[in-house]
Design a protein around this ligand. Structure first.
Ligand code: SF4
Length: 428
């Protein structure tokens, strides 16, 4: 058993040749992101312009409480809309007017495109401009696509954030923007750590309310907390902001290196850095150690799903002692995931995209101890005696920064422990 963080001294996987596959894929669509975004953005409403299928996806995935006023809904495109027999723009305007008169708490309205709205080429950008003119300044209307055409489910957040960058105000102030939706409790922890390091001008994007949308300019630097924000990264860069490249803040090592990169940017003194991080680092190491006993020496295979695969593999290999056999990801953004790839010792197959039958053959022949995959593949793989972890749980569970490091490791150790217990009971 390996007994410490497994950080390679030489080169990692950044230059490993990538296996690129473009075949049949098994992924959720970008509408899924609304489920965590509507919880985060407290005065926003997400209006999907889509079909009954889109409405069902959202309602079943979000488990809407019947008495709650949800902050998302679907404007359903009927057959006459799809056939071009009705003016979908007029109907949309009526729906939005009805919604906003009933819900004065809404300050930002997102028109979310879907497969049907894209297939009939409904121009939601034009609709958003028109509706902003009608409902400003009380409500800001922005559009983005959550469609499942050539996308994967975490791209919904990326599209939503990228769509807001053009409406950010200008500033020349030297500020840090932390980018990626975090649960409020995790955001508060991150803010406290950064403030303790003496970095006071910090804002978070997405913001909890419309008024708190960060301003941006040539002196803004930003650090990403999610690896699937490629379009947002590009949009912020176009506005003149500069990305602080770092491993993602998962586990003790990832969090320390992420904070260290930010601290270096702001010239934080090493003694202060060590003082601020010592106690939470020790807590994170201890929390991970409890799961490392189960995980160390076990193998893991990632199917492409959440786009979190590279940093999670980095965490499982470096900090939990696992062996990664294949790290599959829908899209490989080396500008974002390069620092994590640097930390993964060479060995695993790095694959981008999917040809699901071929990948299933590789997984079955590799026979990993744990397979991280989408919901659709989990049951078939379990039926083949593989233990699985649903990738989607990783975006619904607080997993970033020091205090969540043990919970993150626990998400992976639990299926292994459960399986060991079942085998033990079966043997008795
Ligand atoms: S956006 Fe497309 S993939 Fe997603 S639920 Fe609607 S029809 Fe299905």
């Amino acid at each position: 058993m390996k007994d410490g963080p497994n950080i390679p001294l030489s080169t990692g996987c950044r230059d490993t040749p990538v296996l690129r596959e473009r075949g049949q894929r098994e992924v959720f669509c970008g509408l899924t992101g609304i489920i965590w975004l509507h919880r985060k953005m407290q005065d926003a409403f997400f209006l999907v312009v889509g079909s009954r299928t889109c409405a069902h996806l959202l309602q079943s995935a979000a488990g809407v409480m019947i008495f709650a006023e949800p902050r998302f809904g679907t404007a359903i495109l009927e057959e006459k809309d799809l056939a071009g027999l009705a003016d979908a723009h007029e109907e949309l305007d009526r729906e939005v007017a009805r919604l906003l008169s009933r819900r004065p708490d809404i300050r930002q309205l997102f028109l979310v495109g879907s497969c049907p709205s894209e297939v009939i080429k409904l121009d939601l950008a034009r609709a958003a401009e028109r509706l902003t003119r009608v409902h400003a300044p009380q409500v800001r209307v922005v559009n983005f696509s959550g469609s499942g055409i050539e996308t994967t489910f975490t791209q919904g957040e990326d599209a939503c954030l990228a769509a807001q960058v053009p409406i950010m105000g200008d500033t020349d102030a030297r500020e840090l923007v932390v980018v990626g939706a975090l649960p409020d409790v995790v955001e508060d922890q991150a803010k406290a750590l950064l403030n303790d390091l003496g970095i006071d001008k910090v804002s978070f994007f997405p913001s909890r309310t419309a008024d708190a949308l960060p301003e941006i300019g040539p002196n803004t630097v930003f650090a990403l907390t999610q690896p699937f924000l490629g379009d947002t990264h590009a949009a912020l860069t176009r506005r003149g902001a500069r990305h602080i490249s770092a491993p993602f803040p998962f586990g003790e090592v990832g969090t320390t290196q992420w904070l260290a990169a930010v601290a270096a940017e702001f010239g934080v003194d090493q003694d202060l850095f060590d003082r601020v991080t010592a106690a939470p680092r020790a807590r994170a190491q201890k929390a991970i150690a409890a799961h490392r006993e189960t995980l160390a020496g076990k193998s893991v295979f990632f199917f492409p799903d959440s786009q979190l695969e590279v940093p999670l593999a980095r965490f499982l290999v470096n900090e939990c002692g696992m062996d990664a056999l294949e790290i599959g990801t829908p899209y490989l953004h080396k500008a974002l995931c390069g620092p994590d790839l640097d930390l993964i010792p060479q060995g695993p197959i790095i694959s981008e995209g999917q040809d699901v039958d071929k990948q299933l053959d590789r997984a079955l022949s590799a026979n990993p101890d744990l397979t991280v995959c989408g919901l659709g593949l989990a049951n078939p793989l379990e039926a083949q005696n593989l233990r699985t972890k649903w990738a989607i749980e990783l975006v619904f569970t607080p997993v970033h920064f020091y205090e969540q490091a043990g919970d993150l490791a626990g998400l992976f150790s639990r299926p292994l422990r459960r399986s060991e217990m079942l085998h033990f009971e079966a043997a008795e």
